[in-house]
Design a protein around this ligand. Structure first.
Ligand code: DLL
Length: 449
């Protein structure tokens, strides 16, 4: 297969404003896409090998030189990269470019140790803006739309990622960030935003504040919500759509790979198109590391094909999903990542039953007397893990009903998921609201030494 370049398919390195909609790229026949991917993979492995000592040592140990990558199947011979590698090489040890050649740094909050730092060259930022613009366009956002961006600005990639993507698309961005929720409601109404970018949990917090102010967001100009950065269930999607009167679209990404816009739903909303001209997607068995056949659920692994500053080879995301290469009705040929059910590390094993917080969320949202604000508390009792669920009552539900409601919710958790949970109904507002990613699990189990 002859190497194919981006220029040959009409994708020069320029930042043409129309590039995000390049139909040849999103609907490219699979064979042509595969040739482009192979060229990208070879380039990425070479970049990592030549410039990142950790990658070189690992590839040497695996007996693979960059020229040994001859087909896409050779991907499976490459060693994995994990989050701990970034921490170990804090801050810049995994960068393939010296710091002075970078244009931006982002970092995770580092609540569980050193933060993970990611870097971008100017070209990386341009690619990111393109892919975010492409994601917005796939979801139905158009030039001239007012985009209210409530993702946090700062070291988190959500705010600036959505911002520059919306600008690249030609939209009008309101750079709101998280917080000042009353003001968010006022500006959504006054500026006639058509698009809301936020975490799904914060979108609901905005809806709550609107309700308290007597503002009906369903009468606003909002039509599209770009929601991601945390797992959310289909039930949550329905709840958000009913309360905000918009079409809720799922968008995925992670800073280690880029930020928001690695994958996004199109208007068909049956899975998120992973942008395969820039990334390779695999799903593996997290225990054995074996690549799973298409359609089986496992851990998503991503390889970057075009990143300059931080090439990632087989990055283990910890996110659990399935892939589908069945052709989408929209005509895009890029693979679909089905809804992320949760993270490996968020999965609870309660008396042998594997449970993701999103499964509990789906049960809660189905019960009429409770609001979709909840936390799951995990404790150790003897040698067994015990789960309790704290969930708010809907406003107006009398406190003397709480016990009956708790029993009803516990019954449904038992019958639908198969675990016994103590349920505590809280008064409205008692569960802390997040302005970004919601904290769904409080794990009070003693930490292993
Ligand atoms: O959350 C990037 C982002 C911002 C994506 C805004 C979408 C919208 P990180 O902070 O590095 O980056 O967190 C990445 O968040 O590995 C997933 O566990 C989770 N996540 C992101 N999007 C989704 C989604 C941003 N649509 C981590 N569904 C990822 C479920 C998601 N989980």
């Amino acid at each position: 297969m002859g190497a194919i370049t981006r220029a040959e398919v009409g994708m020069g390195a320029s930042n043409r404003a129309s590039r995000y909609l390049h139909p040849a790229m999103e609907t490219m026949p699979r064979e042509k896409l595969a040739a482009l991917q192979l060229a990208g993979l070879r380039g990425s492995v070479r970049n990592a090998y030549q410039h990142v000592p950790m990658h070189r040592a690992r590839l040497d140990a695996a007996g693979i030189a960059p020229d040994d990558v001859r087909t896409l199947a050779d991907l499976q011979r490459l060693p994995f990269t994990v989050k701990a590698d970034l921490r170990e090489h804090y801050p810049f040890g995994m960068f393939a470019r010296p710091c002075h050649e970078l244009a931006r740094l982002h970092a995770s909050s580092g609540t569980t140790g050193k933060p993970t730092v990611v870097g971008y060259t100017r070209q990386d930022l341009s690619t990111w803006a393109d892919l975010m613009a492409r994601s917005l366009a796939a979801a139905g956002v158009r030039p001239g739309d007012v985009v209210h961006n409530a993702y946090g600005y700062g070291l988190f990639t959500g705010g600036l990622g959505a911002h520059y993507g919306a600008e690249r698309l030609g939209a009008v961005v309101v750079p709101m960030s998280g917080g000042s929720t009353e003001r968010q409601v006022a500006l959504i109404m006054d500026f006639r935003a058509r698009v809301l970018c936020a975490t799904p949990s914060y979108a609901l917090a905005i809806a709550d504040v609107a309700d308290a102010q007597g503002v009906d967001l369903r009468s606003s100009a909002l039509e599209i919500g770009m929601f991601g950065a945390e797992p959310w269930s289909q039930a949550m999607r329905c709840e958000i759509e009913a309360r905000l009167g918009l079409k809720a679209v799922d968008i995925y990404g992670l800073s280690e790979i880029m930020g928001p816009g690695v994958a996004c739903e199109c208007e068909c909303r049956v899975g998120l198109h992973g942008w395969e001209d820039h990334f390779l997607f695999e799903v593996i068995d997290p225990e054995s590391g074996r690549v799973l056949p298409e359609g089986e659920a496992g851990e998503l692994v991503i390889t970057t094909l075009t990143k300059q500053a931080l090439p990632m080879l087989r990055y283990r995301t910890r996110d659990v999903t399935r892939l589908s290469s069945e052709r989408c009705d929209c005509g895009r040929t890029h693979v679909r990542i089905l809804r992320i059910t949760g993270r490996n590390d968020d999965m609870l094993i309660i008396r042998g039953v594997n449970v993701y917080p999103s499964q509990i969320e789906a049960v809660l949202i189905g019960r009429p007397a409770v609001a979709p604000h909840y936390q799951i508390v995990v404790q150790r009792q003897g040698s067994l893990d015990q789960v309790s669920v704290e969930v708010e009552a809907q406003p107006g539900v009398p406190a003397d009903m709480f016990e009956v409601i708790a029993r009803d919710v516990a019954h449904h958790i038992k019958s639908l998921i198969g675990i016994s949970a103590d349920v505590f109904i809280k008064t409205p507002g008692a569960i802390p609201r997040s302005q970004g990613k919601a904290v769904r699990v409080r794990d009070l189990r003693p930490k292993e030494a």
